[in-house]
Design a protein around this ligand. Sequence first.
Ligand code: M6R
Length: 607
Amino acid sequence: MCGIVGFTGSRKAAPILLKGLTRLEYRGYDSAGIAVLHDGAIEVDKVSGRIAKLSEKTKDGSLVPGVIGIGHTRWATHGAPTDINAHPHLSNDGKFAVVHNGIIENYLALREELIADGYVFQSETDTETIVHLLEMYYTGDIKSAVMKTASRLEGSYALGIVSTDAPETLFVVRESSPLILGIGVGENYFASDVTALVAHTKNVIYMEDGEIAELSPNAISVYDCTGQKITKPVSRVTWNVEAAEKGGYDHFMLKEIMEQPAAVKAALAPRIHEGQIRLDDFELTAEDLKDVRKIIITACGSAYYAGCSGRYVIERLCRIPVEVELASELRYADPMVDEHTLVLVISQSGETADTIAALKECRSRGAKIIGIVNVVGSTIAKLADYTLYTWAGPEIAVATTKGFTTQLAVLYLFAVYAAEKLGRLSPEKYDSLIRQLMNLPKRIQEAIDMNYQIPSVASRYASQSLFFIGRNTDYAIALEGALKMKEISYLHAESYAAGELKHGTIALIDENQPVIAVCCNEVLADKTLSNIVEVKARGAKVLALAFRGNTKIVSQADDVIFIPRVDAVFSAILAVVPLQLLAYYAAKEKGCDIDKPKNLAKSVTVE
Ligand code: M6R
């Protein structure tokens, strides 16, 4: 949940580290620090709060001399977000500084052992144990000290290390936390995410678990966990630095909402050739699919809601039973999974700890795993048997938008592909679904364009508490709409299956309780309409979301947001867009920090 960067070269390190950290700030933003080596000593600057505060303190890094260093932006796990708990942490002899993304699970035992050996701790962090272990194991060979230290650590870590005894060389090691090396000309880098590297280089090396690397300005050497040198492939990043910038928008979230037509097109178009779906990434035969007795979709947060929505589509088109499970529950549920189960693991970041654990749990029971992932080279992409990338490009805002809609797009593709293979679709139906899929990017653009009034609607509905209701795929989107509202505007928002209201929740409905009714599933629209009438009878103000041309809804709801008409199976990908905008403008009205909501971080790499 933290971001780490490192630089070695002949340019001043601190400004490069600060810029890199700014790009990683979405990963955690409660404190930050850098450590730069100069004249044989490590200078550490760290602050509680945002990178901007650190930049101010160091005058954008200009006050810090030195051409090699490491940096960190933190999402606190062990110890409050104070200056002292901020990374980097220094060894007692001042020879090592360490930045760490991850969690050391056995840190208490290590801490006791190190204190007994005379090491003095400054912070409450798990990370500080690492730097004292390095000092303890160091006898002149840093790589060997890193290997010995790593062998004592339980949990997850990507470590960046600088040492006074290696004035040009950075050391890194990874286990279950992302770590990428950037190859420059006469300079090299490491970071938690390529977004921190693309301004300097597009040539990167993805580190695997257990690997260690040494980076000097002109060379990168990678070793396996036994210390043997290995050759790693160099990958090319396909997007430009502009993709990770705001490009004139006030917030990344708004930019990413607006990018959805292009992102969904990038997810769909390359996989549809001459009216046929071809999963470039892999192929499932009819026999493979006939062997599947059930599908489990597992994920967290919005990715889970994408799964809830995808379930209806897969069941409807393929007639295979689908269960959608929160990864944090599935991992401990002793799940009924075997070799006849196909598991779809959905994750934008590909690094969510609970989702990874659920994947491993299902894999250990013989299931085949398809990862639906955005971040290339991420842990889930590597662990899955097959990966369907969502190709959304970098998503920086903590609240996911294009990450979510591209997950839906890939789920739709999968559903139509599998249904066709299983012989569940007539050629006419298949052609019609393919045409509609191809048109979704345009329809999403229309859903954005026709809803220019949302800022004023948001200001009328952004009250202390909101209910979102819907049925079937509309319910899944109501869940996502409520989550979006909560996470960025801090308004209380609850989502209910519309038919459930009368089983208790309706007791809360009165004139102070606005209801947002998602009513796009035409088969069930009349049923949801009845629920709208029920809440209106109890005084609620109702904002409905419906297909263009739905005249019935206009007579019942107080306000209506329309989206273009599509086949009901694909309505969710359009319906969610106005709800994203509604949450965005409600949060803007309240003056919230939209891209970095309080207490959150983009990728949740802790349990
Ligand atoms: O990276 P992932 O898709 O695995 O992340 C899962 C959730 O943490 C994520 O969707 C979260 O709920 C978002 N902040 C919601 O906007």
